[in-house]
Design a protein around this ligand. Structure first.
Ligand code: LMR
Length: 398
């Protein structure tokens, strides 16, 4: 007799499950364009120079590993907040932003979701169509009902801004709206500064609660440029919003699980109460966060020289991704696949290629090229070696 006899098998994760299948694929020409990871020209996940230096210094010092505070390492929390809002932001000087170290960006989304369920038990959450697959897992797992808002125009391969405004304009007051700060996952279609102004004005007018997810800061235009949505929200009359951010990509520290939840409150006093709730939620979930990844990020961000080195390296990645986009469009055209020009203009790691699920299946089965079923491909998985092979394969299935 088993208590688990009725437990159902669920399909593998639409993104991380692809990596499992990729690992099991024996073909030497296989290419993983599924998961959002930045690979270098040699196809390796780079360890950043500045991170290596902090890591060596840490190994030398071998600091004691007592428990971190429930909401994480103080230096890490301060540096993260300044990276998000800018060091001179009034929400920081007014004591309105409380930051907690979390287990990656997903941990931040989950902690934020639980806080919102506590503060606004009847609220629903609106998520863009499409969005990162895990958004639609994290929020229901925390008890949220998810509603969709229009975001993308498939035919035009770009943002459907009118559709987005129309849908946001219909939401009930108190609805939480999940927004991607930059490098929208999966579409790579971002809002302009002016469009952010309009969305923020609408959210203020309709009393909506912004929850911004920023997993790719520095991957499109720059560290500050990519934080424009957060900076604009901080300067707006909206008094409450949340930010989940991740250093997985921008520090190439995926497996270290380094992220943060920042909650902006109406006053320093309110912020203290909110933070006490976040700490309660974290304590009941995983007690307190882990040391190593946060020590690496804080070590880089709090040292002027290392920080500049990090910014330069990240800037190089950004430039390389733009070049890979150009290269892909050019190679596709050379193989007779025109009409992919839009890839040049998408932001961040991903290209929403417009390939159908059947075409994605053919890429995997016939060529060992792994992409997400929605047609999302990770441009940062391309390099000089595989670019032409991938372009030729896409041209064959498209
Ligand atoms: C992705 O979208 O590929 C990444 O954020 C990895 C993940 O956890 O899904």
């Amino acid at each position: 007799m088993s208590f688990f006899k009725n437990v159902e098998q669920v399909p593998g994760d639409p993104i991380l499950g692809l990596t499992d299948a990729f690992r099991a694929d024996p073909r030497p020409t296989k290419v993983n364009l599924g998961v959002g990871i930045y690979y270098d020209e040699e196809g390796r996940i780079p360890v950043m120079g500045a991170v290596q230096q902090v890591e060596r210094a840490l190994a030398e010092r071998s600091p004691a590993r007592g428990y971190l505070p429930i909401d994480g390492m103080p230096d890490y929390r301060t540096a993260t907040r300044e990276l998000l809002f800018g060091a001179d932001s009034p929400v920081i000087s007014e004591g309105r932003a409380s930051t907690s170290q979390t287990i990656g960006g997903s941990g931040a989304l989950r902690a934020g979701a639980e806080l919102l369920r506590h503060a606004l038990p009847f609220a629903r959450i609106a998520i863009s169509t499409p969005s990162w697959e895990n958004h639609r897992a994290v929020f229901p797992a925390a008890g949220f009902e998810v509603i969709d808002y229009t975001y993308f125009d498939d035919a035009a391969h770009g943002l459907d801004f009118d559709g987005m405004l129309a849908d946001l304009g219909k939401l009930e007051a108190g609805t939480v709206v999940l927004l991607h700060a930059c490098c929208h996952n999966p579409t790579g279609a971002d809002l302009t500064a002016n469009q952010w102004d309009q969305v923020i004005a609408l959210m203020h007018e309709r009393n909506l609660v912004p929850f911004v997810d920023m997993a790719y800061q520095g991957f499109d235009q720059g560290i500050d440029e990519d934080a424009i949505a957060i900076r604009k929200l901080a300067a707006s009359p909206i008094r409450n919003f949340l930010v989940a951010n991740s250093f997985s990509k921008s520090f190439s520290l995926y497996g270290e699980r380094v992220g943060a939840l920042t909650v902006v409150s109406d006053s320093a006093e309110e912020s203290g109460r909110v933070q006490s709730q976040v700490k309660r939620l974290i304590r009941a979930n995983y007690s307190s966060p882990s040391f190593h990844g946060a020590a690496l990020v804080a070590g880089v961000l709090n040292d002027g020289g290392l920080r500049r080195q990090w910014e330069d390296e990240l800037g190089g990645w950004r430039t390389r991704i733009h070049a890979l986009r150009e290269g892909l469009v050019e190679r596709l055209a050379a193989h007779g696949a025109t009409g992919f020009d839009f890839i040049r203009h998408q932001a961040g790691m991903f290209s929403y290629s417009g390939l159908s699920r059947a075409q994605v299946d053919r890429l995997r089965e016939e060529f060992g090229i792994y992409a997400v079923g929605t047609g999302r491909i990770c441009v940062a998985g391309l390099n000089r070696e595989n670019l032409d092979y991938v372009a030729e394969a896409i041209a064959k299935v498209a």
